[in-house]
Ligand binder design. Sequence first.
Ligand SMILES: [Zn+2]
Length: 88
Amino acid sequence: MFLSIPHLFDSMKFERRDILLIVGLLLFMIGLLPFMAPVYAVVIIIALYFVIKVFVARRRQSIQKDVGEGICMECGSKIFDKKCPNCN
Ligand SMILES: [Zn+2]
């Protein structure tokens, strides 16, 4: 628990491309303002931000998992269960 806290902060850290995400979301929020109360627009934007952050973190985890499984030296396919689906 104690060790996982810095790890959590590391995975949630602010990245440069988050600025692009925030700018895009702010423009989207401005687009929403004529249709709803500003409070709802802000809530939707904050929810979208966290959904996108979680989606990106999960996709990154699955990419790391793929790299961890490795690639076949014979044909370059991804390894599943320590076996190549083409060669074994
Ligand atoms: Zn193979």
